[in-house]
Design a protein around this ligand. Structure first.
Ligand SMILES: [Zn+2]
Ligand SMILES: [Zn+2]
Length: 669
């Protein structure tokens, strides 16, 4: 039988006999065959041993430099992990599910185990050593397809009569639901040495191909993710083709651990989460409040320049208001329960600021000449996140949005969206978060998840797509990621460690104006319905600052630093002049802290560095006499002596420029 293999470059090869993927790869080039870890036949990833027998097929070799290749490697690492655990902890071990992970910052694969005795972090080294042994044995990985009887028999013989048997039964049910019959049900087994697993594959051709891997964590995980099921032990690891890639990855994880905002937040005294107040309800300490106030007043200035008006509204409102807006019941499950006031009805902690701003708009009659009306508020909202999901500032129950609602005519809409995009870009670029991508959140299936008619939705989706296209931005689309009242543009930002964060959102809404019957009088003297934009460049200030703490590792740019200058007298004799310097700085609106303790100067410098203070003004006898300061910079160290006025001028310049680089050090001699 003739087989035609069509290659990505458009060429094709013909064979008169069945060939394996590996043979085709060798035919193309021996070097390609060496780097091959799998193949894609008609778009489906498969093993190198997969055979092509007759017909015409699209064919591509998956190599080590491929993302699909990495996925194969990691999945194979999970199998080697399971094999090692069974070898070490005996035949009573049941292995459940073990996939590759491709989008996790930390982990590359895991396997869930039901173990006769609990294991912990300390066992990982032993398991890793056993995995290395399995790699050095270079066991061939063999796939076979079998019917249900052989499946149950093979997995049963391996002692896997609970989880794997349940999975097989699930696959068979699925097969029957699709109209198949039990007798033609087939699934694949992968065998390496004594270890066998029910698995779709594909896998590396042999265990020897696994080189750079590391086990990272052992944690509890429920079978199928449900609390009603048994708690299993999940072992996480990561794998790469090159040892250098693994080393770099481990370095990044370590760096992330050091930058954990919960740890830095405590060290620098930025915020506090106290059980006496409640989980997910952060208290801003004085130094953290400085950062927040700086961000807020900067953005507020920017908003006023852009024609926004500031409003202030209460933290709660009547339940009926949120019924009209649809927040109740659409957000019901993520809200604190209503406060029952008897005769007066029920109140809700506000989950969103929109209904309040809508009432501000509605309080006056608007003509087309007033539009757009842009109402902004640093508004605090409350959402009842699951307690297990709460994490420092990243996930909280009470947070402040840099929220605004723009009411405009349909003709003004795209210009307004574009200017929101511009504002988000300004925010991100000012904070050295300039690596971002744009994602459109569109409506998905599920009538009950969205309000409003299809026509408005289509129009709103067209509006946001038009804007990002016109601005020449690269974007991806996510179906089902819209808010209940409209589609949105999200900015996904990469921090300095390469982690993705969703920040900055712009949402288009034809629906709430409809539900609240908003109007403006048009040039034709009759009422028209405005469109709304909801947008928040920071999103939540809590989460945003949590991300900034990690992005900067606590070393904030000068304009945000809680203490900008530490004034450090060398001895008691220089205290009076040091106090004078601190006073001069304070009068120039520079946040200076005088350390006139009896500590040695070395200890004072160390403590200011630990607090990540950008500049130190060291003052000894020489500085007193010459009326100067010896400047030390957080990043560059000793920056030489400066006259106070020059120092202040240089600081002001760096602050006003919101520079993330040290400009003062460059000025000093
Ligand atoms: Zn598998
Ligand atoms: Zn809103």
């Amino acid at each position: 039988m003739k087989t035609t293999v069509n290659l990505p470059d458009g060429s094709s090869r013909r064979y008169d006999r069945p060939v394996t993927a590996l043979e085709v790869a060798r035919d193309i080039s021996p070097r390609l065959a060496e780097a091959a870890v799998g193949a894609e036949i008609d778009g489906r990833p498969c093993d190198l041993s997969a055979s092509l027998d007759g017909g015409s097929h699209q064919f591509r070799v998956i190599t080590e430099s491929d993302r699909a290749g990495l996925e194969i490697l990691r999945h194979s690492a999970a199998h080697v992990l399971a094999q090692a655990v069974v070898r070490l902890y005996g035949p009573g071990v049941q292995y459940a599910i073990g996939p590759a992970l491709m989008n996790d910052f930390r982990y590359g694969f895991y396997y869930d185990f039901d173990l006769p005795n609990p294991i912990g972090q300390e066992d990982l080294e032993r398991i890793e050593a056993e995995m290395k042994r399995i790699v050095s044995e270079d066991l061939p990985v063999v796939r076979r397809e079998v019917g249900q009887e052989d499946l149950f028999a093979a997995m049963g013989a391996a002692g896997q009569s609970t989880y794997k048997a349940e999975m097989i039964r699930g696959f068979i049910d699925e097969h029957l639901r699709r109209g198949g019959e039990v007798k033609d049900f087939r699934a694949s087994l992968y065998q390496q040495g004594e270890f066998v697993d029910l698995c779709r594959g594909p896998h590396l051709p042999s265990t020897g191909r696994l080189k750079a891997f590391k086990l990272l964590t052992a944690a509890g995980a429920y079978w199928r993710g449900s609390e009603a099921n048994k708690m299993l032990t999940r072992i996480y690891g990561v794998a790469f083709f090159k040892p250098a890639e693994l080393a770099e990855h481990l370095h990044r994880i370590e760096e992330a651990r050091k930058r954990d905002h919960r740890v830095i937040g405590k060290q620098l005294g930025l915020f506090l989460i106290s059980d006496r107040v409640g989980p997910g309800l952060p208290l801003w300490m004085p130094k953290g409040a400085v950062i927040r106030m700086q961000l807020q007043s900067w953005l507020q200035g920017e908003l006023l320049r852009r024609g926004y008006q500031i409003v202030i509204t209460p933290h709660i409102g009547k339940l009926d208001l949120y019924r009209t807006s649809g927040h109740y019941p659409y957000y019901k499950d993520s809200q604190y329960p209503p406060i029952d006031m008897g005769q007066e009805g029920s109140y809700l902690l506000k989950p969103m600021n929109c209904p309040h701003h809508i009432l501000v708009y509605k309080a006056q009659q608007h003509s087309y000449r007033d539009l757009p009306v842009r109402l902004a508020e640093f508004g605090t909202v409350y959402r009842l996140e699951q307690s297990g999901e709460l994490s420092g500032l990243h996930r909280v129950r009470g947070f402040t949005q840099d929220d605004a609602h723009i009411f405009c005519s349909p003709e003004q809409l795209e210009v307004e969206i574009a200017s929101c995009v511009d504002l988000v870009k300004l925010v991100l670029e000012t904070l050295a978060l300039s690596q971002y991508s744009v994602r459109l959140g569109l409506r998905g299936p599920g009538e009950d998840k969205y309000v409003g008619d299809a026509e408005h939705w289509t129009l709103a989706e067209e509006n946001i797509r038009n804007v990002v296209k016109k601005l020449g931005m690269n974007y991806t689309e996510g179906v089902g990621e819209a808010v209940f009242y409209g589609p949105k543009i999200d900015f996904v930002v990469k921090d300095c460690l390469g982690r993705d964060w969703q920040l900055g959102t712009i949402q288009v809404d034809y629906n709430l104006p409809e539900r609240f019957e908003l109007e403006y009088i048009g040039a034709d003297n009759v009422p028209h319905r405005p469109v709304m934009i909801h947008r928040a460049p920071f999103g939540s200030l809590e989460r945003f600052i949590g991300i900034l703490i990690e992005h900067f590792g606590g070393a904030f740019p000068l304009w945000l630093a809680p203490v900008q200058v530490a004034v450090l007298p060398v001895s008691e004799k220089s205290n009076p002049y040091a106090a004078e310097v601190a006073g001069r700085l304070a009068r120039a609106d520079i946040r200076a802290e005088l350390d006139d303790s009896s500590e040695k100067i070395g200890a004072k410098i160390r403590s200011a560095s630990l607090q990540k203070v950008p500049y130190m003004a060291v003052i000894g006898q020489r500085e007193v006499e010459s009326r100067t300061v010896a400047v030390r910079c957080r990043t560059e160290g000793d920056a030489g002596a400066m006259k106070i006025d020059d120092f202040i001028a240089a600081l002001r310049r760096e602050i006003d420029a919101k520079s993330t680089a040290s400009l003062v050090a460059a000025r000093a001699s």
